[in-house]
Design a protein around this ligand. Structure first.
Ligand SMILES: NC(=O)C1=CN([C@@H]2O[C@H](COP(=O)(O)OP(=O)(O)OC[C@H]3O[C@@H](n4cnc5c(N)ncnc54)[C@H](O)[C@@H]3O)[C@@H](O)[C@H]2O)[C@H](O)CC1
Ligand SMILES: [K+]
Length: 442
């Protein structure tokens, strides 16, 4: 069971650090110790070169270098300049070895990057960036302290070229960049060093969901009825319906004008869509819909909870149309931009703005899927296999979320649970999977 883990943007992290009762000096000592221990566990004792920048990330580096040396590792430090914070100056004063110039330092088998962390504001100077890339490439194992230098903590953008790391040790809490592209792709394994910060908040990494149990006296309708609206290409909604059935819905029904082949016999096909049937736990519209905006209109007339996916998102037109609906929207980047326009800010800020504009829970899909609620919560997906990027996996996700909603989870929790379960199913299905195989793993 993995709980939700807090994710803190840079400003929230600074607030949490300032509120820590142990004081900032002790926080830096803990961060440096966490870094040294994680590097030792990962790489074993090997000659290390620690790169120290001007801020507190550099301060963590001075502490880690001292502790690694105390444990018998041959350690050198190379710095890009003088420390510019009292904390980092104090940490450096406890290092009594030499400090090399960054652009002249020869490489070492273990490279620890403490140039910049959450305080990075702009691209690295070219000489600093080049030295970092050269030294990382010449090392056997490269470890980033908090974040790889060059990565912007809140957006996951690379402000300058960033080499690939083997290990990233996040301090106190994950930052958005640990779960956002492109930054997360180059971090290697990400581990969290506990420095005693306790800052639960509305942003978190989605953990293993707690699913509603099946009551001993359950019947098919009490377990949840998912009603799917089929459109022009019924294969897609068939995949959603199968996924819904395997995600614990008690009853899955499709309204379709033509019989759909290949569906499990337990999925019931009907001719008319009684979208206000009070037994419906969740409506699903969009997969394979094609050019049938009237089916979206029909879904929006219904007072039942709904998942709106794929083609249906393109028919919404104006996000405000969804206000007052109990809806989960599941756009990928193209569908997101078509509906909400080019929103400013980070992916998390865009997802929140979209949730607010529509009043819906927004599952902003991609290799770094986010689930945003109009109430300000955001769930960041834990890393999922890249092989999920194949046709039909979105239809499967929509069906899963619809089933979880019909089973009684609130919209945001259902969406988070669906995203988490889909990632784990993909891990089990393996790299050669197609969307149909994903259903078999639910
Ligand atoms: N605050 C704490 O108590 C603790 C922080 N920890 C670690 O500290 C960093 C964040 O530290 P901060 O000093 O805010 O930022 P950085 O070390 O990332 O460095 C910012 C520093 O550099 C300047 N700057 C920004 N961008 C550039 C650039 N491209 N080129 C040159 N200089 C730049 C900026 O003005 C600042 O002066 C956090 O990640 C943790 O690693 C400890 O973990 C715990 C205690
Ligand atoms: K760093």
């Amino acid at each position: 069971m993995t709980a939700h883990r807090p994710i803190l943007a840079a400003a929230a992290m600074r607030t949490a650090e300032a509120a820590a009762t142990c004081g900032l000096t002790e926080l830096m000592e803990r961060a440096g110790r966490g870094l040294a221990e994680a590097a030792l566990r990962f790489a074993g004792p090997m000659p290390a070169l620690v790169l120290c920048g001007p801020g507190n990330n550099g301060g963590d580096g001075y502490v880690a270098a001292r502790l690694l040396r105390e444990r018998g590792c041959p350690v050198r430090i190379a710095a890009s300049g003088e420390p510019n914070t009292d904390l980092a100056r104090a940490a450096r004063s406890q290092w009594n070895g030499p400090i090399e110039a960054l652009d002249e330092a020869p490489p070492a088998p273990l490279l620890i990057d403490c140039l910049f962390g959450t305080g990075l504001k702009r691209a690295l100077e070219v000489a600093v960036s080049e030295a970092l890339i050269t030294l990382v490439e010449a090392s056997h194992i490269a470890v980033a302290a908090d974040l790889p230098s060059g990565v912007e903590a809140d957006s996951g953008a690379r402000l300058s070229p960033v080499p690939d790391f083997d290990l990233t040790v996040a301090f106190g809490a994950l930052k958005p960049a640990h779960r956002l592209m492109p930054a997360m792709a180059g971090m290697g394994r990400v581990v969290l060093a506990d420095i005693g910060i306790d800052a639960p908040g509305p942003w978190f990494e989605i953990g293993e969901p707690v699913l509603p149990s099946i009551a001993p006296d359950a019947h098919k309708f009490s377990r949840g009825l998912v009603h799917c609206l089929a459109g022009e290409m019924p294969g897609a909604i068939a995949l959603s319906a199968k996924a819904a059935a395997h995600s614990g819905a008690g009853y899955v029904r499709i309204s379709t004008s033509l019989p759909i082949a290949g569906l499990p016999l337990s999925v019931v096909q009907v001719g008319d869509a009684q979208v206000n049937d009070p037994k419906i736990g969740c409506l699903l519209v969009g997969p394979g819909l094609g050019k049938l905006p009237q089916l979206l209109t029909l879904a929006l007339v219904s007072h039942r909870p709904k998942v709106i996916d794929a083609d249906a998102i393109g028919h919404i037109g104006e996000p405000g149309r969804l206000k007052g609906q109990d809806a989960v929207l599941t756009p990928h980047a193209g569908e997101f931009e078509r509906l909400f326009g080019a929103l400013p800010g980070t992916k998390a800020e865009q997802a929140l703005a979209a949730a607010e504009a529509s009043g819906a829970v927004v599952v902003f899909k991609g290799p770094d899927t986010l689930v945003a609620s109009p109430d300000g919560r955001i769930g960041f997906a834990p890393p999922a296999p890249a092989w999920l990027a194949t046709a039909g996996t979105g239809d499967v996700l929509a069906g899963m979320i619809a089933a979880l909603r019909a089973r009684g989870l609130p919209a945001f929790e259902a969406a988070c649970a669906g995203v988490w379960l889909q990632g784990r199913a993909a891990e089990r299905a393996g790299a050669s999977m197609i969307a149909d195989d994903l259903v078999a793993q639910l």
